[in-house]
Write a protein that binds this ligand. Structure first.
Ligand SMILES: [Zn+2]
Ligand SMILES: [Zn+2]
Length: 253
């Protein structure tokens, strides 16, 4: 591995912490609206910060091991290879994360995901509060697939790192229990293409459905999207957060 490659992987080990602190600062400084008007307890924050210490280096660690073992083959870094690798990683991760997440909600496999769901109301720290099992299984699936693919054509490490930067930052916002978009955003083309913080806040509050990561397409394909997702987003955007985890905004739910 070159010094540059080691450098970007070390960056990935720690970059999630400034993301979390930045989101916390922005919420305080700008008074960003909330999805659920329920405070998290100091005990929950302490537990999540403890978990965060051992989970964040797992993804870059698995990438480094796969590279050193010669399984993940990295080729020349060009704009095209960065973009192609980023796109492949993005699409695969949406599919794999959804399937893994659904599996982790099965009774026999739930021990892997239980720790993350101890947070019924989320905050930025929840985005890095997992069991080692969960983070490891996620990393293995992503790097395992990319490694298999790299047997045919070499991938770009910067493309993979760029994906992780997008994933870490959006996942932090996704767990922040905030809505910074204006009312009506959820009905726009962009609003329907990508998930917001409300999407995942509902998953934690209600425990099922809305399993998707950055897009809702897998949930739509398998019929697991909460039907009142748009209504919850709109309520939050209007500054009228939900006050109870059992609250539903459509009668039939
Ligand atoms: Zn879950
Ligand atoms: Zn979560």
């Amino acid at each position: 591995m070159t010094p540059d490659q080691i450098g970007v992987l070390l960056l990935l080990c720690v970059v999630n912490y400034p993301f979390v602190l930045l989101v916390e600062y922005a919420i305080r400084a700008y008074g960003i609206k909330r999805v659920y008007a329920i405070d998290v307890t100091p005990e929950q924050l302490r537990r999540e910060r403890r978990n965060a210490m051992h989970t964040t280096p797992i993804h870059p660690g698995v990438i480094a091991i796969a590279m050193l073992a010669g399984y993940l083959k990295i080729g020349p870094e060009t704009i095209v290879s960065v973009l192609v690798t980023f796109a492949i990683t993005f699409v695969w991760t949406e599919i794999y994360h959804y399937l893994l997440h659904r599996a982790m909600h099965l009774r026999w496999f739930h021990f892997t995901h239980k720790e993350h769901h101890r947070s019924r109301i989320t905050n930025a720290w929840t985005s890095i509060s997992f069991s080692m099992w969960e983070e490891f299984l996620f990393a293995i699936g992503v790097v395992g697939f990319l490694g298999a693919l790299s047997q045919w054509f070499a991938l770009s490490l910067y493309g993979i790192v760029a994906y992780y930067l997008v994933y870490f930052s959006t996942n932090t916002v996704g767990h922040a229990n905030i809505e910074y978009n204006k009312p009506g955003y959820s009905y726009t083309w962009f609003g329907r293409m990508f998930t917001t913080s409300a999407y995942h806040a509902m998953h934690h509050a209600r425990y099922i459905n809305n399993y998707g990561l950055l897009t809702p397409f897998m949930d739509r394909l398998f019929g697991t999207e909460w039907a009142d997702t748009v209504q919850v987003q709109e309520r939050a955007a209007q500054g009228r957060p939900l006050t109870n985890v059992n609250e539903r905004l459509l009668e039939k739910l």
